[in-house]
Structures are given as C-alpha cells and as structure tokens.
Design a protein around this ligand. Structure first.
Ligand code: SOE
Length: 380
C-alpha cells in the first residue's frame, strides 16, 4: 500500500488541470512508494472552483490559500497561480513545513526568488519548479547524449519559442485569462513566460550562462485592462531576443515572441558540438534529430530518432515501442520523479535554487534590453 501525499492545489486554470491530471495518472503507470491524494483545491471564485474540484475529484475546497496552508491534512502545496502570488504563498507554505511544487517561472524576479530559496532551504522542505519540458523523453535523451560526451565540445546553442496569440490589439490585459499580459501579475512578458523555459533547458543541457545582451519590444503599447476597464499602458515584453555566452565557451542565440503569425507554441532548440548535433521541436516532441559525424561518410546524415523504445527515458512506463506520448505526460514524469526522490530523501530538479539561476538570466536579459549593454549573470 503506497504512502499518501496529500496535495493542496492553489489555482485552477490551465496549469491546475495539467498538474491534477498528472497526480491522477502517475500511480497507474509508475511503481512508487508514494501516491498523491487530491485533498483540496483552492481558488477565489467558488463556483468555478467547485466545478473544477468535481471534475478532477478533489475531496474539498478552500477559497483562501492561507486557510489551505494552515490545514494539518495537507502535505504539499502546489502553486498554479499567476506569478505575483508565488512568493507569498511559497514562503507561507515553507514556514508551515509544507513541501512545495511551484509553477514556472519561480518568481516575478530574482530578488523574490532569493527570498523563496531562503525560505524553503531554512525550512528544509522538498521543493521543485514545474519546468516540464525537461521531462519530454526526447529532451531527457538529449541530456543523456550530451552527458555521455557524444557531442564533444559544444560550440553553439540556439533556442526559439514562438507564439501568435496576442497580435490583435483588442486582446485585453489582466484578469483571469490574460494575466500573462499584465506586468503587475506576470513580472515580464515572453522573457519570464517562454524564454524561461528555453533558459531552464539550456542551463540543464549546457551549463551556466556567463553574460547576455538583449533587445525587447512592446508592439502594442496600450490595451484595455480587464480589471480596471480602462485602457492602460502595456509593460510586458511582447518579443525578446538575446545573445549569450555559456561558461563552457559556447555561444547562444535565444528568441521569443507572441507575434509570430502561424506559430502557436513552436519551441525548438539546436545544439552543435564537435562530433555531433542535436535538434528538437515541441511540435514533434517525440522525435530527436541527431547528426553524428562519426558515421561512415556514405551514410552520414541527420537521423530522426523516434523516442518510443523502452530503453529510452520514461518510455518503459508507457505503451509498446513505436507508440508515442505527448505534452501531458511531461507533468506525469515530473510528479513521478518528485515522489521517487521523496522516497529517497532527495530533492527534484529543477529545485527553487536551480530555477533561481533562470531568474538571474531573465533579469540580466531585461536589464540588458534597457542598458543596451552586455550584462553579467550572477551565480545562483
Ligand atoms: C503561454 O501561452 C504558455 O501557456 C506558457 O505559460 C507555458 O509555460 C508554455 O508551456 C506554453 O505557453
């Protein structure tokens, strides 16, 4: 009989659904010492919350996250709120001795992230940040190939994350649906929302970033604010591109925008090494493209690895070779790793401290866009 881990989830939007699905599925597929229990869901709008709790099978609801944290029957707090609430909830949860699973990005900025790290480290509670793309099997396989030294010295890292959902000027900012467009709720625009994913993956695959130089743009300068009902200035970056140098000497380009007509969530990266190169594309997430210069010259070329075999990361837990999995499984993998590490008394990466490194890069990027200078990234 698995040990129970009682989850209290705060926020019942898109990420609340993705995480709830993961908690429900994980023990069906992974053999683990712990089993999450959907103990309580928390949000302000009681009607929506009740519907959400019924749909996902939560045992109870709370409309105040402070009350949720006070409850003795909650072991772990899962933060799926807009970014401006992460810090307060995480610190209160840590002080109450709860484990914390926090949605990305960790915080509005690095200063907040530092306080959050101190709180979880002082309390000694298990913590993790949901940068889910690390746990796409093809991306985990890329990590394995790099760690095995198959690429050799890395020269280049190239990442983009393109969307097009904010092009119309009548999309409001703020409120439940569009808080990502409101600087007061999100902290930043594509830098904290999309490039943070690219940066997290890059730091994991290719090590620390030394310095950056960036440019950002706000294409639509004013939007109606859903809460005030008034037209207000837009203060988030609609687009951002930056150059970076890694500690290992490799050079990088990163680009993100919500104004790339035709692209919904095109996250791609390419890494060029001395012996081999790797490419990955979220729209084809179960494939890893790989070029190995060590192949015989007459058969040398890019190969597209279908990451579905049982000796590939996570895939022995799912179907039979050849049958692929998708986006929602990355969250199942994250929970599985969290529960597995809990049983071993270990923390699960990215921890708050790992995610703070991403915040430092984001802050340096935004600062560089203002100063128009190269900015050094501090160590986390
Ligand atoms: C924004 O549209 C968004 O939902 C991000 O917030 C997610 O982190 C990303 O995975 C997909 O796009």
């Amino acid at each position: 009989m698995a040990k129970k881990l009682n989850i209290g989830l705060v926020g019942c939007g898109f990420m609340g659904r993705a995480h709830s699905n993961a908690y429900r599925r994980v023990n069906n597929f992974f053999d683990l010492e712990y089993a999450p229990v959907l103990k309580a869901a928390c949000a302000r709008d009681e009607e929506n919350l009740k519907a959400f709790a019924d749909q996902w099978g939560y045992e109870s609801i709370e409309t105040d996250w402070r009350r949720l944290i006070e409850r003795d029957d909650i072991d772990a707090i899962d933060i799926c709120t807009p970014n401006n609430l992460h810090k307060e909830i995480a610190i209160a949860a840590a002080e109450a001795g709860k484990m914390i699973l926090c949605e990305k990005p960790l915080s509005m900025n690095a200063a907040e992230g530092e306080e959050m790290c101190q709180a979880v480290e002082k309390a000694g509670v298990a913590n993790t940040v949901w940068y889910n793309y690390r746990r796409v099997p093809a991306v985990t396989l890329a990590k394995q190939l790099i760690d095995e030294g198959r690429l050799g010295r890395i020269f280049h890292y190239r990442a983009v994350f393109l969307q097009d959902w904010t092009i119309a000027d009548d999309v409001p900012q703020g409120g439940e649906s569009n808080w990502r467009l409101d600087a007061a709720a999100a902290g930043s625009g594509v830098t904290g929302d999309l490039l943070a994913h690219c940066i997290d993956t890059a730091l994991w695959l290719n090590g620390s970033i030394k310095d950056v130089t960036a440019m950002t743009e706000i294409f639509i300068k004013e939007r109606m604010h859903a809460l005030s009902g008034k037209v207000e200035p837009v203060n988030i970056d609609d687009a951002c591109a930056f150059l970076a140098r890694f500690d290992n000497g490799s050079l990088a380009t990163f680009e993100s925008t919500r104004y790339a007509r035709g692209h919904k969530a095109l996250y791609t990266f390419e890494i060029n090494g001395e012996h081999a190169s790797i490419q990955w594309d979220l729209h084809d997430l179960h494939r890893l493209n790989y070029f190995d210069h060590g192949d015989d010259s007459i058969i040398r070329g890019w190969r597209s690895i279908h990451v579905t075999d049982s000796d590939m990361p996570y895939m022995d837990k799912w179907w039979v070779p050849g049958l692929q999995i998708g986006y929602e499984h990355t969250f199942v993998h994250h929970v599985a790793d969290f529960l597995d590490n809990l049983a071993k008394g270990q923390s699960t990466s990215p921890t708050f401290r790992d995610a703070l490194e991403t915040q430092y890069v984001c802050d340096a990027v935004l600062k560089s866009a203002e100063t128009r200078q190269w900015e050094t990234v501090p160590n986390a």
